[in-house]
Write a protein that binds this ligand. Structure first.
Ligand SMILES: [Zn+2]
Length: 272
């Protein structure tokens, strides 16, 4: 009989998902890498840059307004919804944190309540003056025609995303590390296994003896032997097909485009 795969969330106390662009592709948001990926797009690199914002904030706002419009028009897909539903099913002593590299706001809109938006959210606006205490806010407006100004200090407002040339705000890094500190199930979804922060996070989880799972349309094991040692298992296929079933009624081997089974019997002692 074909092997059936299922993860029972009740077996875990502290669950952490790390999600990347792959989880939002089915919502109509282009991936960062690969054919047609945003990463190949010179426009994205140019208009997501701190220096460009300093020189020409309106050009950045024009570009980001389009990104905001696309995000607002997108709908959470079954993968986002599966994580939100999983949270509802947990007992009081269990926790679930979603750390996302995406700026589209779709996890929050799907209903997940513990979301760390590592790179910020294009749906929010904040002041560009770091000494100003005007708080970031949800902003449905597009600012393609003029740069909005802060009502407190008069500086240009900016999208609440991390630009190239900026570091991740330390509060988000600290929140992620706190979630990972006692994590016993770590699942990376739709993200490259070989770039930061996935590499760092899975290493942390692995050292705490968490079950480490990789879900993506592509396997990484031939390309990245280091990451392959940190992920105990992988399920290959679209996130929107795999997640609802993997954490629900289970899915058969034939429904996967590939997998690497776990070996949980021989978990080594906690590593440091
Ligand atoms: Zn301000």
């Amino acid at each position: 009989m074909a092997k059936r795969h299922r993860i029972d969330p009740s077996d875990y106390r502290s669950i952490v998902f790390l999600t990347g662009a792959g989880i939002s592709v089915a919502s109509g948001i282009r991936p960062y890498r690969g054919p047609g990926g945003l990463w190949n797009d010179e426009t994205l690199v140019k208009f997501s840059d701190l220096e460009t914002f300093r020189k020409d904030p309106l050009a950045v706002w024009r570009f980001m307004s389009e990104t905001r419009r696309i995000s607002a028009a997108a709908r959470p897909n079954p993968a986002h919804l599966a994580l939100a539903e999983l949270e509802v099913r947990l007992e009081a002593e269990q926790s679930l944190t979603v750390i996302t590299q995406n700026i589209d706001g779709l996890h929050r809109r799907a209903g997940s309540s513990h979301v760390i938006e590592f790179h910020g959210s294009v749906t929010r606006t904040r002041c560009s003056n770091h000494r100003c205490d005007f708080p970031a806010f949800e902003d449905p407006l597009l600012h393609a025609d003029s740069v909005p100004l802060c009502s407190v200090c008069g500086a240009p407002l900016r999208p609440d995303v991390v630009f190239f040339g900026e570091i991740i705000p330390s509060v988000r890094g600290a929140a992620a590390m706190e979630a990972l500190a006692d994590c016993d199930l770590f699942v990376a979804v739709g993200t490259s296994a070989s770039v930061y922060p996935a590499t760092r996070f899975v290493e942390w989880a692995w050292k705490r003896n968490a079950r480490t799972v990789f879900v993506n349309v592509e396997s990484f094991r031939d390309r990245d032997p280091v990451a392959a040692t940190w992920f105990r298992e992988e399920y290959i296929g679209p996130a929107e097909r795999i997640l609802p079933r993997l954490f629900g009624e289970g899915l058969d081997e034939e429904e996967l485009d590939g997998y690497r089974p776990e070996v949980l019997e021989d978990l080594p002692e906690a590593r440091e």
